[in-house]
Design a protein around this ligand. Sequence first.
Ligand code: NAP
Length: 247
Amino acid sequence: MSSVNVLILGGTTEAMQLARLLEGDARFQAVYSVAGRTSNPRLPNLICRSGGFGGVEGLRDWLAANQCRIIVDATHPFAGQISHNAARAAKLSGASLLAVSRPPWRAVAGDCWQSVTSMAEAARALGDAPKRVLLTIGKLELAAFCRAPQHYYVSRSVDLPEQHPPHCECITQRGPFRLEDELALLDDYSIEVMVTKNSGGSAAQPKLEAARRRRVPVVMVERPPLPGVAEQVQDAEQALRWLERYA
Ligand code: NAP
């Protein structure tokens, strides 16, 4: 029996977990795709490709050239463009599309969150008085905080950013993170407020627990709207069960 071609749009914990489940599974011939922005990305033992496809048409053409009729969009909830492209390309090429989407975090008792919908709004939410701010938003969107230069920033990301606000210390760390380390980060840098994206998932959740324990308020940037994909699951195991329909 021939194997089923699958494209995994990756770059997340869930994508890697699915890829690991498919390693050595002869029922599937999976290609793992990353955007190519991270200098040393985690990659599975599958065929891997790096870099954009060239928009919707590029992705449609890639699917045709690789005789691939199944896409698993396991990209980050804030990676809106590629998800829109995947939805459109799937429609154009008649491919089946599954979105792996982890639930967003929800505030619990003891949390002090302010929800915002953009980085610009997050920068404004920090207020006029100078504060010590932890930014855990990745490396690409730090420029928004140049408009609030009165604060002292500590930015944590996987790679060093190219652009950051004037008073900013950049540290590189890669999850999963441990609660004791997150507490130490808040303490060592005397953090007064944290800015984060509502990514969901367990790998980055300890920072929220640390903020709760230290009574550090959190400016929570909520997710961008994503295309309404009919087929959705929350984790890699569920994604594998969905794929097994095609095996
Ligand atoms: P994005 O804004 O949605 O995508 C921008 C462009 O990058 C897309 O149009 C596509 O280029 C290319 N691209 C994105 N993901 C790709 C993939 N998996 N394989 C091939 N090309 C991809 O994405 P982003 O927010 O920059 O995120 C880029 C990658 O980092 C994603 O794979 C995502 O899972 C991962 N990531 C993002 C975040 C975040 O906060 N945004 C956090 C952790 C991980 P073409 O149009 O040329 O095809």
